[in-house]
Design a protein around this ligand. Sequence first.
Ligand SMILES: Cc1cc2nc3c(=O)[nH]c(=O)nc-3n(C[C@H](O)[C@H](O)[C@H](O)COP(=O)(O)O)c2cc1C
Length: 224
Amino acid sequence: MGTAKRQPWVVGVSGASGTPYAASVIRALLAAGEAVDLIVSRAARLTILDETGISFRDAHWRTDLAAWLGSDQGLDDVRYWSAGDFAAGPSSGSYPAKGMLVVPATTGAVAGIALGLSKDLLQRVASVTLKERRPLVVCVREAPLNGVTLKHLVELDAQGAVVLPASPGFYAGGSTVRELVDFVAGRVLDAVGVPHSLYLRWEGELGAAARRVDDNGGGRIEGE
Ligand SMILES: Cc1cc2nc3c(=O)[nH]c(=O)nc-3n(C[C@H](O)[C@H](O)[C@H](O)COP(=O)(O)O)c2cc1C
């Protein structure tokens, strides 16, 4: 990051299925040279354990994050805050965060943010992000959605958040799980203008992405 003032994106990982979305977003932010402040909710420890086998520990977050991301590259640009630490830097609007990405977002986090509950640091920082009029992306993961969550999502939209369902598109030619995960992660970064090459963009020609993937031997054309 050099000597310039550090201005991180806060990544809030809540306890919804879909922890690969969070890993992809974090990897891509670091690859783009962005600093990351990471918050992992208590419930997200269960989903990380369930989906990756990793026990995510506050005291060993760096080791556990490296295992989760599959690399320790860029981790010097990551700051970790415990979900119970209401004195953490990003809990204040004066902390120079660029904005926040909640990936994946539970219906509980959606409710807490929409209602301003601040029941943990993740929800508090989301409320701060809204009050400071900074970008907030909420990547909700639940199916089906009940009526109260739909109301909360409309409320988040009204407050200026980007509601971005963890719902991959297939027009980018992705066929592997990794490619579909990266599609969602790429749309999260698109919402806040961070450059990436996580998926092949629509260029106005039916079937073009699939052909480009074929021409490239089945993989994506640009790597992360
Ligand atoms: C393995 C596992 C998967 C879960 N998946 C989801 C999910 O996809 N969406 C959701 O809204 N909640 C899901 N939950 C439930 C949330 O973890 C639970 O509601 C929790 O209170 C959310 O807390 P948080 O928002 O502080 O992370 C899941 C829980 C577990 C243990």
